[in-house]
Design a binder for this molecule. Structure first.
Ligand code: NAD
Length: 368
């Protein structure tokens, strides 16, 4: 008998609302195993402040090696005021940075979709955001967050100097641009590449390398270049002009947060971080909601689990190629929203308020 290899997810609930929202994904994994005869296996580990409290480090080697071995990591969120004053290397966020760097998760995919049922939750006019569907591809392992030299050092006049270095190489730019072009081909076939080539050499290189790759391999995809500050403005003025946006780590951090707010709630938006292939040809990947640990609502059972559930749907699609199951899960979320169920963050008059776990249960009931 052929032994089927189990597909293993590593769940890292993290801090704050992380365990609450990842708990709903656990229920969904169990549902798929029982009802669709899928062979998912779950392992769980500590990350962030929870790991620091137990082990004195934001992520242990043991958990890190599990992350290397699994099919995909599903992360809740890390951080919170309790750990704000720790030294930099012990901060919860270091767990994330280590996973991103060591798993070589160089492409962060953040869809900004405005669900038609929630168009009123956006601060923008309905006609500007209704039907919005943008994918932001952010470079995740290079640029100013990782460049050397970095640090804070004293200088001659008694002042201090803070230093960070922004660098990119041809291959770093082209591999993330390739992800963006490939995605665009499955969408509306349009890529907007953003940088600051008017004032930064690394930005100029970014523009040139994206253009070179486009001309060599992706002539059939429409490409335009935009300065990152203009992109920030255009995202508010006319966000539906975009299909796929590709940009560096720093600008991507900001533009994707901005784009997420077009849709009304942080609690709805998933993300995927894709990396280099491992020795079996599998892409390493981590999936997480874009929101943080929401310490202000942690433990109250009111966090919105949809972003994390949709992150799991992305894992089904991008890591396991289970497109049908992924679509079914996304559709279940839409149906629950159609039926006017809302967690507190997206509640509006005429809707029914549900808790985190009631939302998870309702989504599972639509999978039946
Ligand atoms: P946050 O995303 O945690 O919260 C911002 C606001 O959105 C809060 O009002 C919160 O209640 C609300 N919110 C967030 N997620 C929600 C959900 N699922 N359902 C309902 N409401 C939700 O951002 P913050 O307050 O700036 O950061 C809190 C902590 O999280 C900080 O320690 C920060 O460093 C950390 N953080 C972690 C990540 C991550 O793990 N990837 C990302 C961002 C922030």
């Amino acid at each position: 008998m052929i032994k089927v290899k189990k597909r293993k997810f590593l769940l890292l609930p993290g801090d704050g609302v992380g365990p609450e929202v990842v708990g709903e994904v656990k229920k969904i994994i169990q549902w798929f195993n029982s009802n669709k005869s899928l062979d998912f296996e779950m392992e769980e580990g500590l990350a962030g402040g929870a790991s620091y409290d137990k082990h004195g480090t934001p992520i242990t080697d043991e958990v890190f090696y599990k992350a290397l071995e699994c099919e995909a990591v599903i992360l809740g969120a890390v951080g919170g005021p309790k750990w704000d004053n720790l030294e930099f290397s012990k901060k919860p966020e270091r767990a994330l940075l280590k996973l991103r760097k060591e798993l070589k998760l160089f492409a962060n995919l953040r869809p900004a979709i405005c669900f038609k049922q929630l168009v009123d939750a956006s601060t923008l006019k309905p006609e500007i955001v209704s039907g919005l569907d943008i994918m932001i591809v952010r470079e995740l392992t290079g640029g100013i967050y990782f460049g050397e030299p970095r640090g804070i050092k004293p200088i001659d006049n008694g002042e201090r100097k803070g230093i960070n270095t922004h660098t990119y190489t041809t291959s770093e730019i082209q591999r993330v641009a390739r992800v963006a072009f490939d995605l665009a081909k499955k969408r509306k076939n349009k890529v907007t590449s953003c940088e600051k080539s008017n004032v930064m050499e690394a930005g100029l290189l970014w523009r040139e390398e994206v253009e070179l790759l486009h001309d060599k391999e992706f002539k059939d995809v429409q490409l335009n270049h935009m300065l990152a500050d203009n992109c920030a403005m255009q995202l508010l003025r006319n966000p539906k002009q975009f299909d796929v946006i590709v940009t560096d780590n720093l600008f991507g951090d900001m533009l994707s947060d901005q784009a997420s707010m077009l849709t009304g709630s942080l609690g709805l938006l998933p993300s995927a971080s894709l990396g280099a292939k491992n020795k079996d040809g599998k892409i390493r990947a981590m999936y997480e909601p874009i929101h943080g640990s929401a310490p202000d609502i942690a433990g109250k059972g009111i966090a919105n689990p949809i972003a994390t559930i949709l992150s799991f749907a992305m894992a089904l699609k991008y890591s396991l190629d289970l497109v049908k199951e992924s679509d079914a899960l996304e559709k279940a979320v839409q149906t629950v929203l159609d039926e006017k169920l809302r967690t507190k963050d997206i509640l509006s008059p005429g809707m029914k308020e549900v808790s985190t776990s009631e939302m998870g249960d309702a989504i599972i009931s639509k999978l039946q």
